[in-house]
Design a protein around this ligand. Structure first.
Ligand code: 4AD
Ligand code: MG
Length: 478
């Protein structure tokens, strides 16, 4: 089943046994007495050191052993003479699978900027930073499935191609097979989508929620975990055009149950990553500290692992939107007119407001509830006052909104009225509306933006650096 991973080899006891190591050269160092090759196969942040004697191999072969080259090394696993590692490989033979001409290979053993690495996204997984991020990303994804499986949820695969705009924000990518140069027209001159592949307009989904609700009305507790797409033209460090979302949906859950689940869920998956990605998190923590070395002490961020422990160990602050607005109105930046956007009941909080609440006022994650109905989606359950809805957003330090969710409107008439109010054609949602006609039930759910979670856990600052191949305006290269 393939060679032993370097991660395993580094844990093996060195008994002069023969081993095969395959991987990419991180560095090669030649001294008078030995040649040291640091090899990495991505299984761990740590390299294995392979050592050859001077003169053991031809100069011609050694010239091709440079950073980035892929090697197959055979040798013996021995106790390391050096101090950096417990074991090393005493090389018997080197086979070069593929050289990487140092004149042109862009990844050299030095610090590259994240902006530059984004331009070579096909190679950046070979850097320590990105391989660490990708391993943490994997671990978090695994933890998500484990969490819901352990809690009796069923993984529901909701469609990627849909005809409905779940969030009603009109930020969808169209899916069509029509010839854009020869669009079929109706008698009125409109594009005739009856001739399109699905016989109707279709888009990439912005959320699996609506279909998720159909699942919850049968299986009680489901979750989706899939790609979602938003054609919002926001060039920020928090937005992607293609991102992954985890959306649990639960029958018989009210808003409080929904909040409890959201809080327990994020805490559990973060703890899982802390237990299972120690080396990678330590590496990223040191990287961050290095980056902030030149900042004054009071401007440096909390060490990564400390920040994660803090979130896991402390209860999130819970308050209503109305209470949050009162806090903002009394805040220093509001009084000193430092906020870019005005504060007042009814506004859609902008990230400066969210971050003030989380980072300055409460200094911990916050769950805001009961937002004005006008700024939230049509499916949220109306509160008794008729002005607010049973929404909940979870806000995180450095990130802002990481989760958005709500209790759902289960009353057919109220839901239909909201559908009309926001201008959705009920014909398009007849199947969704029918769940409220047949055996309706109180239910709730939320969506966690997976990349925002990975961003938080890795301490990175740009969402484009926590997904292997980011999609954002004017960028779909790789
Ligand atoms: O708040 P949103 O829009 O909620 C929904 O889509 C609901 N249908 C979820 C539900 O109740 N089932 O999005 C949910 C989360 C946000 O809190 C944010 O973390 C993430 O998805 N998100 C994005 N992440 C990256 N790039 C974008 N453009 C994002 N838009 C939303
Ligand atoms: Mg939201």
């Amino acid at each position: 089943m393939g060679p032993l991973q370097i991660k395993e080899l580094l844990k093996a006891s060195p008994e002069q046994q023969s081993v095969t190591v395959k991987g990419w050269v991180r560095t090669k160092r030649e001294s008078k007495n030995a040649i040291f090759i640091a090899l990495n196969d991505g299984s761990t942040i740590h390299n294995i050191q392979a050592v050859a004697e001077p003169g053991q191999f031809s100069a011609e072969l050694l010239l091709t052993v440079t950073t980035g080259a892929c090697l197959n090394i055979t040798g013996q696993l021995v106790e390391s003479q050096g101090s950096g590692q417990a074991v090393e490989v005493k090389i018997q033979d080197i086979h070069v699978y593929g050289a990487a001409d140092p004149e042109v290979y862009p990844l050299q053993p030095k610090r590259h900027s994240l902006e530059f690495l984004r331009e070579i996204a096909h190679l950046r997984p070979r850097t320590n930073t990105f391989s660490a991020i990708l391993r943490i990303r994997h671990t978090l994804a695994f933890a998500v499935h484990k969490y819901y499986n352990d809690k009796g949820f069923f993984y529901l695969h909701t469609p990627v191609i849909t005809a409905s705009d779940a969030e009603g924000a009109g930020e969808m990518f169209r899916v069509t097979t029509l010839d854009l140069n020869k669009l079929p027209r109706t008698e009125e001159g409109d594009i005739n989508f009856k001739e399109d592949f699905f016989g109707r307009e279709a888009n990439l989904t912005v959320s699996g929620q609506l279909e998720g609700e159909l699942g919850a009305m049968a299986l009680s507790k489901i979750y989706t975990f899939g790609p979602t797409f938003r054609a919002e033209n926001s060039n920020t460090t928090r937005h992607l055009a293609e991102f992954w979302m985890i959306e649990p949906e639960m029958a018989f859950f009210e808003l409080k149950d929904n909040m409890d689940l959201a809080e327990d869920f994020v805490k559990t998956v973060i703890s899982y990553a802390m237990e299972n990605c120690k080396d990678d998190l330590e590496f990223l923590q040191n990287r961050l500290a290095e980056e902030e070395k030149n900042k004054p002490q009071n401007e440096r961020s909390q060490p990564l692992l400390e920040k994660l422990s803090f979130v896991v160990d402390n209860p999130f602050e819970r308050l209503t939107y109305t209470e949050a607005i009162e806090i903002l109105l009394k805040s220093k930046p509001h009084k000193e007119k430092k906020f870019q956007y005005p504060v007042g009941w009814g506004i859609d909080l902008s990230s400066e407001h969210e971050r003030y609440l989380v980072e300055k006022h409460f200094k911990k994650p916050v769950i805001l509830t009961n937002y004005p109905r006008e700024i939230k989606s049509f499916y949220m359950k109306l509160d008794e006052d008729g002005k607010t809805v049973r929404a909940m957003d979870v806000l995180f330090p450095g990130i802002g909104e990481i989760i958005g969710g709500s209790q759902r409107e289960e009353d057919y008439d109220k839901l239909l009225q909201r559908v009309h109010e926001v201008g959705i054609d009920p014909q398009n949602l007849w199947w969704y509306l029918e769940t409220r006609k047949f055996g309706t039930a109180p239910h709730s759910g939320f969506g966690l933006g997976f990349e925002r979670l990975v961003l938080f856990v890795t301490g990175m600052s740009n969402i484009r650096d926590v997904i292997p191949f980011p999609r954002y305006p004017k960028s779909a290269e790789f």
